[in-house]
Design a protein around this ligand. Structure first.
Ligand code: SF4
Ligand code: SF4
Length: 227
């Protein structure tokens, strides 16, 4: 299953043109969205990492998950040396980052900003949870240093459609029910390791003590490391 998913993802990714840039890592200053198939492959790659590295990544994922609306953190897969720790399996969103025209990229940022504002309103109304303004104001700007062919919106949509088709096939093969939501890699991984509803509640209450955080990190590390 894993090998087949990897092959099918590679076919989709092969349609993204080559690009060239300085590798400054500025576009890796937040976690990105991923499909279920992409998250599955990334999960397996974390699982296969040496124990120490796996622990570092899970710690960073957990910090990111619990602090996301309060503290701005870089993508948890970005190493201290500015390298992507899951480069071979990085999701489509990372691969096409430089291939947007400036206008389309900035329109998309506006759309994301509106969506974040709406989410923050819902969190206040539903949980009394206040998202920090820093989070709402932050965005990764257009990159002027990337060199590569631009993708049209039709080409981008075709790539995303292919991911949706692959997710559907994966769900059918595994006999799972389809429940699409817009999820980042961090949420995909945390949802697989811990009880989604419970930890969301803890996050919304903002009552996570350092002791409880350590316990949750240990549970997550043990679960992903379990054979
Ligand atoms: S695409 Fe741009 S922002 Fe991202 S690493 Fe390359 S130069 Fe830096
Ligand atoms: S997954 Fe890798 S390429 Fe994508 S944002 Fe994170 S560090 Fe950057």
């Amino acid at each position: 299953m894993d090998i087949m998913l990897r092959e099918e993802l590679s076919k989709i990714y092969s349609a993204v043109p080559e690009g060239d840039c300085s590798g400054c890592g500025r576009c890796c200053h937040e976690s990105v969205g991923a499909s279920f198939a992409e998250a599955e492959v990334i999960y397996q790659d974390i699982k296969a990492m040496p124990a120490e590295k796996r622990k570092q990544i899970i710690d960073r994922i957990m910090d990111y998950y619990f602090d996301v609306y309060q503290i701005r953190r870089k993508c948890p897969f970005l190493s201290p040396e500015n390298r992507c720790e899951i480069y071979a399996s990085r999701p489509l969103n990372c691969r096409i980052y430089g291939h947007w025209s400036r206008q389309e990229y900035e329109n998309n940022l506006d759309r994301l900003k509106c969506s974040n504002d709406k989410i923050s309103q819902v969190l206040v109304e539903k949980y009394g949870y206040k998202v920090k303004q820093d989070y709402l104001d932050f965005s990764i700007g257009f990159c002027n240093d990337f060199r590569g062919r631009l993708l049209s919106s039709d080409e981008r949509n075709e790539l995303y459609d292919s991911l949706i088709v692959l997710d559907s096939k994966m769900f059918v093969r595994k006999g799972l029910r389809l429940a699409y939501e817009d999820k980042g890699i961090v949420e995909h991984i945390v949802d697989r390791l811990l009880s989604k509803e419970k930890i969301f509640e803890i996050k919304m209450r903002g009552e996570l003590s350092p002791g409880m955080m350590n316990r949750l990190k240990n549970i997550a590390v043990l679960r992903i490391g379990a054979v």
